[in-house]
Each structure stands twice: as structure tokens, then as C-alpha cells.
Design a protein around this ligand. Sequence first.
Ligand code: OOB
Length: 549
Amino acid sequence: MIGSGPDHTPWPAEDAARYRALGYWQGQTFGRWLTGLATAYASRTAVVGESPATRTQVRWTYSELDERAHRLAAGFAGRGIRAGDRVIVQLPNIPEFLEVIFGLWRLGAWPVFALPAHRHTELKHFAEHAEAAAIVTVGEHERHDYAAAARAVADEVPTLRDVFVVGTDEFAAMEAAEPIDLPDPDPAGVAFLQLSGGSTGLPKLIPRTHDDYLYSVRESARICRLRPDSVYLVALPVAHNYPMSSPGVLGVLHAGATVVLSPRPDADTAFRLIEAERVTISAVVPPLAAAWVQAAGRTTRDLSSLEVLLVGGAKCGRELAERIGPALGCRLQQVFGMAEGLVFYTRLDDPDELVLSTQGRPISLDDEIRVVNPDDPEASSDDVVEPGQAGALLTRGPYTIRGYYRAAEHNAKAFTRDGFYRTGDLVRFHPSGHVEVVGRVKEQINRGGEKVAPEEVENHLMAHPEVLDAAVVGVADEYLGERTCAYVVPVEDAKPAEADLRRFVRERGVAAFKIPDRVVVVDHFPVTGVGKTSKRELRAVLAAQAKEG
Ligand code: OOB
């Protein structure tokens, strides 16, 4: 069976049977699902956005999107893409994103969702780790030549046979292929690989199935009360799990509503589109919410159509939460989720106090939740804290993975023996069942929703000939929640400059959000504990020092 090999950890048979019996897993695939939507909502507008092919705003109906996906699936097949092939998709917020992913899904190929911010190092890692067959990307966009970057990776990774560039004549020819009959993939098999924020090293790959993901999409659409006349603005990068499915573009399609793709997240661009398209709902990370709140005070745009703004990806502070409704004239909905699965939402009829102060309740009654001893990284699912106390969040359920893709060693740490995922988040539950994220036990920096693994950045810094050792920590920041600060010990007699070290990391080809916001060169690291120093302890000491001043 596709996707059930040693590469990925399927749900145990008895759990799978239960999720089917409960109607959560419906045996539906993305390809057939879209065809069903095209039958139900044929002439309604599915997606609005700027196409690089025409350089104009295009509007595709559900029928058009479905037909394009059929044709492009044939186009991919004609170029040798097969069921089970991994295909890296690195696209900005353009309508072709949907055509591409549904085209691949129809074939049973697996999109691997890279973000536009990713550069050579990350792309190469995804390509090697997934043994990807191809990359789908664009040409020049926001002053970066994506096609050239993809080709450079293809030159180094032998499995990569092709680079497909949206907007070229060659791609247009694939889009014009005659549709062909294709066998439907296994709904219980892997549909795509999403990226983890990573707490150690480079992002892990997250295998999600048609069955499990579609369940979370349907429920998200219901919880966010999407209707056929909803209009959802995608302000964040569309390939991220949050704007993709919480409720995201897929939730919007499920409701027969309209997706509007914003090329950029800034308030000017977003407000222009909210006014022009009568947007009813959008989703942002806290720093972007703060920027929109500020811009709302001086805008001349009509934002009156906006009913709901989802805020998540990082903790939304109480003060910001209170300003959103009055400034933007909409209801706040908090969302706390993870690409590995589990998602919490405040409900639209929750009392204001809970909407302002919590991150909501899980999607499913069958999301199993345990709050365990936060001091033991190996705590079992039985090691629970007293009700109402803060602890480490573990979860298992109908849309949470049981293992990362090709990561047996890491899986042994990231999951309990009985299959609970260690989210790394420190939470507390209110008597109402609402969760409050109070911190983190994992070594991950949350830079305004963008996740940075300290170890990955340390490794880049340590590749510098003048750097002996490095430790990267998060420091509190009013705007982003956290920024990164790198402490660096130079080799003897060397005096590397902060700017040089930042440039060095950038030139290693990593996403801009991973370049340390600050670099502090120190003679030596503070001594932590007794004997051998662990990086973990060291980071804790440095983070405490940074806090003091
Ligand atoms: C979303 O997904 P990821 O995979 O980029 O990051 C997940 C992590 C969580 O484990 C948590 O540490 C943090 O991001 N997080 C929040 C949060 N939402 C996410 N921390 C505090 N408060 C929140 N509201 O970020 C993601 C995926 C689906 C929906 C929404 C966000």
C-alpha cells in the first residue's frame, strides 16, 4: 500500500478502523473531492489572484479549476511524473498553486511544500531527504530568481529530473494537455509532505494523508462557519499549513466559497483586496495582526465586509487581542495549530473573555490530549500533571501524525511509545476545556510565527572559519514575540564582525528569517552546571542573561 512502508508510520489498524467508523475518514481523495466541488459549485468563483502567466488578476470558477487540474495532471504525467513521486512545490501566492497541487494529487504524486523564503540549503535538504523527482516553481519573483535556484539544486541532487516553471510557454503546454484517465490514489496513503518548524536541525517532513487532512479541513470549515458567500484572503504564504487548512484555502473550497490570494501580507495590499473583493475572513500571525491594527487607524479603505480575523502561529498577547475587534471591525478567532496535526480554535460563539485569553478547544472530540510533566523530556502519557496545572502537551488523534517521514531516530524522541506526539508546547487547560499556551519546552524559537531551530543556525555559524562555538537563543521582542540572538565564541585571535557573520549565514543560502537578528561575540560561554556543558543548558543560561539586559 502506498505510504505504509518503513518511510512513514501509519495509524494502528484499530485506530484507523475507529476513525472510519466515526465518519472522520471518508475514503475521499483530494482529486475526487475537487471534482465533487466542481459539480456542486460549478460557476462560482473558486480563486482570485495574480497569475505570473498573464501578469493580471485572474478569476477561476470551480469548473475551471477542476479542468485545469485534470489537464495539468496529464501534463505532469506526460513529463514522467508518476504516483508516489515527491515533487517540491515552491510557489508564491498565485492561483496556479491550486492547479499544481490538485494536478499532483490527481496523479497520486506527493507535493512537498517549500516556502518562498526557502533558499538553496533548505531546498537541497528537502530534495535529498524526500528523493524528490522534480521542483515546481516560478521565475523571477520579489527580486529572487526561483527558477535559477531550483536548477542549481537540480544540478546537485541526482533524483531531480525536472524543474517546472509556472508562467513559461513550456508550462503552458503542460497546462494544455488533453486530460487522461488516472487511477485514484489510496485515500489512506500519503497525499503530501508538509514541513515542521523543526526543533533540531533542518525541518522534518510531515506525511499527511487524504483521509486525515480532509477531516481536519471539513471540521475547520464548519468551526469557522464558512459559507458559499464567504471570501477568504490568503495573506500568509499559501503553502504553510495554517493558510492551507485552518480553515485556509482548502476549508474555503469545501464551503464553495472564494479564495483571494494576496501577493504580499502588508496592510496596504491586504486592505486594497479586502475592499475590492469584499473579503469576509482572513488569517494572520500576531505581528501582522499588530501591523494591520495600526494601519486600520489611518486607512481610507472600506473594511466593513471583514467578519472574522484568525490569529495564530504564535501567541497573541491579551493587549493585541483586545485591539483587533475594535480596530478592524471584526470578530477575533484564535487558532493554535501545528503542521503535525492538532488544531485548536476559539469558537465564534465563545464568551469574549475566552476568545481574548485562550487559544480555544481542539477540532475533534477524539483528539486525545495529555498534559504531562514538563521537566521530563521522556515523560509518558500517564505522567500527567494536576488538572489546571501547566505541563507539556502530548496528543494523539484522527489527524495527528504518528511519525515524521524517514526519521526513525527522531521519531523515537518526538513520540511516546503509545503514539502520542510531543508537541513541545507548554500549556494549561481552563475548566471550560479551553487551552492557554504558556510557553514552550521544545528548543524552537518562534519568530512571529516563523519557526527557527537554534541548532540549525548554530551549525551555519560554526561553519565560519573564525567561529569556534555558537549558541542561538530567542530574546523577547515586543513586535515579533521573539527575535534570535546568536552568541559566538571566536577562534583564537579572531575578531569576526557581526555584519560579516550575518552575511556569511545569508550566503550559505538559508531563509532570511533564520539569519540571526543579533550576533554577540563573547570570549567564552558561561559555565553551566557541572562537568560537560549541554547546549540546552547553555542556551538557558544565555537566554536568562539576555533577559537581564
Ligand atoms: C502553525 O504551525 P507550525 O507547524 O508552523 O508551528 C506549530 C507551533 C506550535 O507547536 C506552537 O509552538 C506554535 O507553533 N503556535 C502557537 C500558536 N499557534 C502555533 N503558539 C502559541 N499560540 C498560538 N496560537 O503555526 C499553525 C498550524 C495550523 C494552524 C495555525 C498555526
